[in-house]
Design a protein around this ligand. Structure first.
Ligand code: FNR
Length: 368
């Protein structure tokens, strides 16, 4: 189908499923164990209902915001995903161009299939990129990566901490075990296995807060912790002077039945407020299961006036890039942006700052 026929991000996923090599689809789509968290990440959004306002002049809608001090055309960003080349020969570079042209921030994975230099070179002038760090067992490798990211103009470091072991992704494992006669697929699967092996150097079971604090001390860039999954760890990040956290369960790929980020956000924000722990310069991001403009609006509303919330999407951009390259990435952004505008109008909200917790009913989400 042509891009014009793509109505929403679910369509992107459908196209990717039917066009990607089997190994790539398995790697991208899989979650851990029984994929309960993978499914719930998205379903949890369906338990939040809106409380729209009527008779507001919504002739002008502005979806732009500021994330970590950078202007963004939208309150969402492309989250870090490994191995974009499994799906498209231009890999992360076409994601960089597509996102950049739409004024969307790209977070780049340590395990990107293009080099960081190549992806930085693909950056559209004025666009913003962030770097996601997996901390190598050899700390000097990690320090060097942060330094390189800084030199290449990345604007923030996200240290991923939810992978002291690789999650059990059986769909992915099955494809690899089967082997197959299709040469192209064999190549993809081998690359994929190569990446898993490469990943093992980045899995350090001894990684602690002290290590991440040390990394923070080596850079002037904002440093955020990606993969936080409970209130106490958000508080620790605040106490240790980090610039923010990403509430994330790695898209359901790590611990199955880990909490969904949107539920966690709805729990954490009021608690942090009650304890008077929120600082203006501490931002909270969420990712996992976000597929609609309404999902994004819900997350931001929960943060409300208390904390700036940014929303990350992983798979949808991998799928869009795999199926249509740079144009697909742009289309995915445009779809979400259109959904944001339309639904802000329907909500009676003209800009991102006007969204607050009065616009959402979280009773079903929180079981109250
Ligand atoms: C990821 N994610 C991820 N996170 C990270 O910090 N470093 C990485 O290299 C990767 N790689 C990766 C590969 C693939 C195929 C997926 C699907 C995910 C997690 C990613 O940043 C994000 O947390 C999730 O993708 C969010 O969930 P959704 O949007 O995919 O549902």
């Amino acid at each position: 189908p042509s891009l014009d026929e793509i109505m929403n991000l679910h369509d992107m996923e459908y196209i990717a499923k039917n066009t990607l090599p089997r190994g790539a689809w398995a790697y991208y789509s899989s979650g851990a164990d029984d994929e309960i968290t993978l499914r719930e990440n998205h379903y949890a959004y369906q338990r939040i209902y809106f409380r729209p306002r009527v008779l507001v002049d919504v002739s002008k809608i502005d979806t732009s915001t500021t994330l970590l001090g950078t202007k963004s055309s939208v309150p969402f960003y492309v989250s870090a995903t490994a191995l974009a080349k499994l799906g498209h020969p231009d890999g992360e570079c076409s994601i960089a161009r597509g996102a950049g042209k739409e004024g969307v921030i790209q977070m780049i994975s340590t395990l990107a299939s293009n080099s960081l230099d190549e992806i930085a070179a693909s950056r559209i002038p004025g666009a913003t990129q962030w770097f996601q760090l997996y901390v190598n067992e050899d700390r000097n490798v990690a320090f060097d990566m942060v330094k390189r990211a800084e030199q290449l103009g990345m604007k923030a470091i996200f240290v991923t901490v939810d992978a002291p072991s690789l999650g059990n992704r059986e769909k992915d494992a099955r494809v690899k075990f089967k082997g197959n006669s299709n040469v192209q697929q064999d190549k993809e699967v081998k690359r994929d296995q190569g990446a898993s092996r490469a990943l093992s150097a980045f899995i350090d079971t001894r990684l602690t807060w002290d290590d991440v604090k040390k990394i923070k001390s080596t850079t002037k860039l904002p440093v955020l912790i990606k993969g936080v999954q409970r209130l106490e760890d958000v508080e620790q990040a605040i106490d240790d002077g980090f610039d923010g956290v990403v509430l994330s369960n790695h898209g359901g790929r790590q611990l199955d039945t880990a909490p969904t980020p949107i539920e966690l956000l709805a729990e954490v924000v009021p608690e942090l407020k009650r304890k008077n722990k929120l600082r203006k310069d501490f931002e909270i991001f969420v990712d996992g299961g976000v597929r609609r403009g309404t999902d994004i609006l819900k997350a931001i509303a929960i943060g409300g006036n208390d904390v700036r919330v940014g929303v990350g999407l992983g798979r949808p951009f991998l799928y869009a890039n795999s199926a249509y390259g740079e144009d697909g990435v742009r289309k995915a952004v445009q779809i979400l942006k259109d959904e944001l505008e339309m639904n802000m109008r329907l909500l009676g909200v003209r800009n991102i700052d006007e969204l607050n917790s009065t616009f959402v009913d979280t009773r079903r989400l929180l079981g109250r």
